[in-house]
Design a protein around this ligand. Sequence first.
Ligand code: NG6
Ligand code: CA
Length: 506
Amino acid sequence: MKNILTTILAVLLTWSAVDAQEKNTNPNIVIIYVDDLGYGDLSCYGATEVQTPNVDKLAAGGMRFTDGHCSAATCTPSRFSLLTGRYAFRDKAAILPGDAPMLIKTDMPTLPGMLKEIGYATAVVGKWHLGLGDGDVDWNGKVSPGPLEIGFDYSYLIPATGDRVPCVLVENHHVVGLDKKDPIEVNYKNKVGNDPTGLDNYDLLRYGADREHSKTIVNGVSRIGYMSGGNAARWRDETVPYQMLEKARAFIDKNQDKPFFLYFAFHDIHVPRLPDHRFDGATDMGVRGDAIVQMDWVTGQLIDHLEELGIDDNTLIVFSSDNGPVLDDGYADQARERIGNHKPAGPFRGGKYSAYEAGTRVPTITYWPGTIQPGTSDALMNHIDLYASIAALLNHPLKEKEAVDSENHLEAFLGRNHDGREVMLEEAFSYGLRMGNYKYIHPSKASAKNWINFVKGIDSGIVDYPELYDLSKDKRERKNLASENKKQLKKMQAELERIFNSEKTR
Ligand code: NG6
Ligand code: CA
């Protein structure tokens, strides 16, 4: 009798497993989002001073885009657009302080929310920088709202950036490893507690820093903002990549039998650049180059893991970056001095913060063995379109107010055509607009101009006259055609105006 029952049970279990497999044929989706990685920072995009064999493997086996863009030249707006399919200007998304409230409202449709609705297990592991809490976040209690309130089932986060307090990791709703007897206090205006700051204790620092980055010292590096307490929970920058990798692997393991969405948001190669010592000297460029190699290694570990589980051919990987490159971003880490022959922005003008091409034109690769045929595409692509394109892949209709700026370019993302966008906004401290190979930059009086031009040493694209370039002849945006091609200029100005005044519906 017992044997018969066991057999029946075994048959039932097998049936339900087969049933589950049949239901779950949707591909896994992994977005690997590097921080501040420039167009020229990978060997598959022409770098010679650093080798990135793991990302190169994605490029060689997938589609490598030469005109792929994040939506903005800084982090918060790019991530906002990636997850919501909305241009950042609509919701005034700009670089956030580390104690900012959650930027994505909980009733706003999101990419993870859509995927969850379709039956995906969803996770974000890595840098968040989209705000947490509703205005007075309680780091010692429940940190909410956050990713779990906008469609993620699991989150493991650097709350803002590596250079901003609080320097603790947040898993789901709680700070990891917090000793309640040593509560965290965060203040972006006034000093709290007795921790040394960079301003007063220069001798304790591993790197010199600008004034903004000279507040509370954590792990030998002064940060933006003050914090006290939470000593047991404070991160060690060198270990964070391994912790992220472990959490990502665990999420994949747990959900390998059903479709999952993993948004893996690297902290590398943002400042402070503190790669683990095993990568010391991996390049001749110092920590910025070594952080690229670390990022490449972690990417390789993720790919290996998918292969080991035998799910790589049912997984779409999108690899890209949240904005263009920067060398000196607040710390004296020798990135500028040791750059040598390396060209972080490749052939393009500008970099992070800039309205010129290098602000948003970043490495962009899609990889899906067996489905995407290897190749290179010059289609005009933008991360903001992943939302509508993934919806199309899954035959999921979008609602009227969902992802209003996201266009379906699935065929181009999969390399089946090279059509891409006809018109594209590039958001920075000023605005750029692409129309085919024409590039327009809108006049601006943004006050960030001197800071970007002279402190960061990056051409900001903040100019008080209109600029027009023909990228087919002038990749580096050198010859301003605004006065000789008035017709094109007017057309693009009118289009920009139309975008700014457009309704927030599809
Ligand atoms: C800037 C920081 C910079 C970096 C950036 C955000 C100063 C002077 N500079 O305000 O170091 O943290 O914000 O970078 O504060 S991003 O990649 O997250 O957009
Ligand atoms: Ca960034």
